[in-house]
Design a protein around this ligand. Sequence first.
Ligand SMILES: [Zn+2]
Length: 494
Amino acid sequence: MTLMIRFHNTLGGSVEPFVPLHPGEVKLYTCGPTVYDFPHIGNWRAYIFEDLLKRFLLFSGLKVIHIMNITDVDDKTIRGANAKGLTLGEYTRPFIEAFYADRDVLNILPADHYPRATEHIPEMVAIVRTLLDKGYAYEKDGSIYFSIAKFPAYGHLSKINLEDLRPGQRGDSDEYDKESVHDFALWKAKKEGEPSWETPIGPGRPGWHIECSAMSSKYLGPTFDIHCGGVDNIFPHHENEIAQSEAANGVKFVNYWLHCHHLVVNGEKMAKSKGNFYTLNDILAKGYDPREVRFLLLSTHYRKMLNFTFETLEQARAGRNRIRDFLVDLKDVKRDGAASPEVAKLVGKAQAEFVSGLEDDLNISEALAALFGLIKAANVLKDKGKISMADAQALTEFVLSVDKKVLAIEPTDVKLIVDSTTIALTSDNVGLKVDASNDLDSDVQKKVEERQKARAEKNFKLADEIRKELLAQGILLEDTKDGVRWKRVQPPRS
Ligand SMILES: [Zn+2]
């Protein structure tokens, strides 16, 4: 089988044909969360890009072995634990649990393994010892540093300016910028107030970068196919991973480096101080479905900056609803007759363009254009009465299969309320019943009923408008199997 897949490789800086080391199998390492806080939507953008990559490799008939690390010891986690007076384990546990929970609601396929840094100290120590033995590393005041002067390929991935190199100068912090390219810490000497391990290279704790070198080679071998992360990781993290791994093992570390661009909010870098910092829960609390968030984060090409706004999230919702409406309408087609060659041709074209788009460095815009182009063309035929039940089935199967295997936005899982008789009014303050005779509440109830009617008539556009109108007033509707509930929430910031 000859693959047609091409990826942009940060190492080399161009789009290259993808050839796995072992035919039919891809070894993939993606840098995982540093569990010092809840992941924000910028983190999820990178994890969803990696999920699209993995799903497309699987869709292409390849086996994927995927490892994602959990960084549960580094400068940030130690700082956080100390500030709260907790042990590292106590401090990181809720963030690890939240990461897995969010991953699942976003329909991200789990990795084969999530190794934790604190459980791989001996593997890190072994690499540091090899680097000391081979002369790539040196000790200073109990800490051990990588000597960048000993590794001539240093800087190839990030294309740093060699004039900025300061070999012999040392830095202890895990993160630093391109203006100070210096010898970095592989192992940090034991310090008061920091967790440490007693090891053959002395008491201390690992630097951040050595963690990924140790965990990737343990599970994937010294050379593997694809390594991913955000563009922020290119320097110094991935540059340092290459230096450590290649110096220790004497072989090429990774064949393809794929990096996802930043996410900004309303054109600005996300920052807690600016009030534009969102976790997944912040967005779900505004009444959005996680699969709408997934669709938004998925639908911009991974090498482009993604500008998150609530308008673009509304567009993602509308796009997902368009797919759902199409599938719902196809269920109503009752015309007998043979499958039409015209529809078969449309489906074939959409399938080919969907695949060729993704083969071209995961060009999701082209893939989605193929899908929405099919929906538009099929709707024209349907309005002319030219769609038979056999055609409807072929169209439905195509849309559901690309969703199931690649997009995973589950457009058919939008709950349809059939029974509009049960309307429970509750407030979010510990489930107290709200007096329905209250003016505001009866207004809300009227709106809820209007929306139920719109949904029963499949007027999803009107139903969504009513939902939005209520949300703007701080009323969040929830469709449950017992009917509609509503609760008061913070209205979305406009
Ligand atoms: Zn990493």
